[in-house]
Design a protein around this ligand. Structure first.
Ligand code: C5P
Length: 233
């Protein structure tokens, strides 16, 4: 792997959407050279819980825990305190929960990480799901709520990046709904190619089925690197 590819790794998050930790570990091991971040979502966390974080993190990945917390502020604070002590780098919460809920989550993460002597994970506010066809009315308000609550970043569709920059300058922008050219959109409604998303300002892109469901995931990950480096982002 050359240095341009190595520099790209922290900006590429692999969505380990599997309900089997052994299968997820196999994929994570095979793609360690291509991705610097591994995303554990509801599926894997429901199946394997905190053990999945230690296992995937032990391979050298920054762990992105995508649980999309959304509840009353007290509950989110308590859950975030627990999750903040597990050693993850990112945790998602739904921006639709509002500023107080997001702030409670940020505070919980800080307390949990501090108690465990760990670096504080970055809270990412999910603005509008990429599976929803229309971001429209809610986007700006949710980005502002994230910034007001002290979230370091947001999750948004590539098409929403310009609006995110306007409403929340300086936030880390994480973009899912990524498809390699020619791949099906599946249940995603607002997709973008990896090169387009990074060129439009994504700091991190989340790549799932384009690589994980490919007949040869390593070949697809090679293609991912080639298309991004060719796009010169
Ligand atoms: O397979 P695919 O690339 O569509 O996977 C996208 C991943 O990003 C899934 O794990 C999904 O849960 C997650 N995600 C998303 N849209 C958001 C936030 C997270 O698709 N707004």
């Amino acid at each position: 792997m050359d240095s341009a590819s190595t520099d790209l790794r922290p900006r590429l998050a692999l969505a380990l959407d599997s309900d089997d930790l052994v299968a997820a570990m196999r994929l994570a091991r095979a793609l360690n050279g291509h991705f610097g971040v591994a995303k554990i979502g509801l599926e894997l966390y429901s199946a394997a819980g905190p053990e999945s974080i230690g296992a995937i993190g032990g391979l050298g990945y920054d762990v992105f825990l995508d649980l999309k917390l959304h509840d009353i502020p007290t509950t989110v604070a308590r859950a975030a305190r627990v999750l903040g002590a597990l050693g993850v780098s990112y945790l998602t919460m739904h921006a639709a929960g509002g500023t107080d809920m997001l702030r409670a989550g940020v505070d919980g993460l800080r307390t949990g990480a501090g108690n465990a002597g760990l670096e504080e994970p970055a809270a990412l506010a999910v603005t509008v799901l990429t599976s929803e066809a229309d971001a429209a009315a809610e986007l700006g308000r949710r980005v502002e709520a994230a910034a007001a609550a002290g979230c370091p970043g947001v999750v948004c569709a590539a098409a929403d990046l310009a609006e995110v920059d306007r409403r929340g300058p300086g936030l880390i922008r994480v973009v899912p709904g990524i498809r390699l050219p020619g791949d099906p959109a599946d249940d995603q409604r607002r997709v973008a190619s990896p090169g387009d998303a990074l060129a439009a300002g994504a700091d991190v892109i989340v790549v799932g089925r384009s690589v994980t469901a490919a007949p040869d995931p390593v070949e697809a990950a090679d293609r991912l690197h080639r298309t991004v480096l060719g796009a010169d982002v």
